[in-house]
Write a protein that binds this ligand. Structure first.
Ligand code: NZQ
Ligand code: ZN
Length: 380
């Protein structure tokens, strides 16, 4: 196991009716900017619960943070926050609202254009922020990352900063999620775990078993959610799986990949593909092209997660990749670029960009633009 330093300060407040806790969690002397997306919270009762809990708090609202939040929208929120002198932020929505809010929290304290923070990749100064998370997927509710898009340039990059002070997770708010968002969320969770797991075996038993536990849970709950997305126990496991998949817990002392995410972000930036679905389309390609370096771990995954125990090593690896794509397919997600009308023009555009930037992704830093081209050609 490699050396590591771990600290995750986010307080999780989990369960039915817990949005009411907001009044206890935010100091009463704070001027709060409450941020929202496009209005789902008004249709599912979340907005009323938030307003009720914050009735004695001085609040400013900002609406309209879109999926794959853009700097163009966030600049408006930053201006409003500066004008109203807010000193606390509460994101109410999915990962996009929270990611956008993480940038607003930094932008209000920054004198230049907030896109510079995204370009730098990190910030050390943010107003305190927290969330009511309504979509299990990104893990943003308990991590320090945020992914921001610049629509005019078709760019999408991550930056890192502080963790939310607290996040409220009420599984009942997921009952109103559209089927496609549930599918994309499940794929996102699954691939988050795999980005931190599918490297080489023998680094840490505890990290491997923990990651495999989340993968097995996601495989088990996916069909149950399809059957009934109002099952509180099942949706509770869905929500907690998302948080545990990307809150630093399963990455202690082990190497990580993240190439699939880097490529997926480009597909979203260029074609607006939902984040989780972009990963479903790329992952099989990443594994096929990097099969040799990931072989031993693919076999472990085939055995312990998919229970593929017969056949030669090669056959088990192939079966593991095919079954993983089959899982995404069972969620009604695309697994080939052509299903979304994406062809060689986009593949070359992405590969050329990574070559130009000298990008090197993956646990061995060997996924260059040319390797990305091979990966995308594999899933054309
Ligand atoms: O905008 P509203 O009207 O609220 O509707 C949203 C949105 O249209 C809707 N929604 C959310 N909760 C709902 C609901 N509809 C009904 N009922 C509910 N309870 O769902 C739509 C999608 O929301 P979005 O926030 O975009 O989804 P998600 O949470 O998957 O976030 C995706 C973004 O997070 C980034 C992605 O790249 C993408 O930009 N990621 C963030 C990460 C992080 N911070 O660590 C890591 C991830 O790998 C990912 O890159
Ligand atoms: Zn993701």
């Amino acid at each position: 196991m490699n050396n590591f330093s771990f600290q995750n300060p986010t307080r999780l407040v989990f369960g039915k009716g817990q949005i009411a806790q907001l009044s206890q969690l935010i100091p009463t002397d704070k001027k709060v900017m409450v941020t929202y997306g496009g209005g789902s919270v008004k249709r599912n009762g979340v907005y009323e619960q938030v307003i009720d809990a914050l009735k004695d708090q001085h609040c400013v609202e900002f609406w309209g943070i879109e999926p794959n939040p853009t700097i163009e929208t966030l600049r408006k929120a930053i201006d409003l926050g500066k004008e109203k002198k807010v000193d606390y932020l509460l994101a109410v929505g999915g990962g996009s609202v929270l990611d956008g809010t993480k940038l607003i929290a930094a932008g209000i304290l920054y004198n230049g254009d907030a896109w510079e923070i995204v370009q730098k990749g990190y910030t050390t100064r943010q107003l305190p922020f927290a969330s009511v998370m309504t979509l299990p997927a990104t893990g943003s509710e308990m991590n320090s990352g945020a992914v921001i898009s610049r629509a005019e340039m078709h760019e999408k990059y991550a930056f890192y900063g502080n963790y939310p002070q607290f996040s409220i997770l009420d599984p009942e708010v997921t009952y109103s999620l559209p089927k496609h968002q549930i599918a994309a969320g499940l794929a996102d969770i699954f691939v988050h775990v795999l980005e931190q797991y599918m490297t080489t075996p023998g680094q840490s038993r505890i990290m491997d078993r923990w990651a495999e536990g989340i993968l097995l849970t996601v495989l088990e709950i996916a069909p149950l959610i399809k059957e009934n997305q109002h099952d509180y126990a099942v949706m509770s496991d869905f929500m907690l799986s998302a948080t545990l998949a990307l809150n630093d817990f399963i990455r202690m002392g082990v190497t990580q990949d993240w190439a699939t995410h880097m490529i997926g972000h480009e597909l979203t930036a260029l074609h607006g593909i939902t984040h989780g679905e972009s990963l479903a389309m790329v992952l099989g390609g990443t594994w096929r092209v990097l099969k040799e370096q990931k072989r031993a771990k693919l076999i472990q995954y085939a055995d312990r997660v998919l229970h593929i125990i017969s056949g030669s090593d090669d056959e088990r690896v192939e079966a593991a990749i095919a079954q993983t794509e089959g899982f995404f397919r069972s969620l009604d997600l695309a697994i080939r670029l052509s299903e979304k009308g994406i062809g060689e023009k986009t593949i070359n555009q992405i590969a050329d960009k990574f070559n130009r930037l000298g990008s090197k992704f993956g646990e061995n830093q060997n996924v260059t633009g040319d390797v990305v081209r091979q990966i995308l050609m594999t899933v054309k």
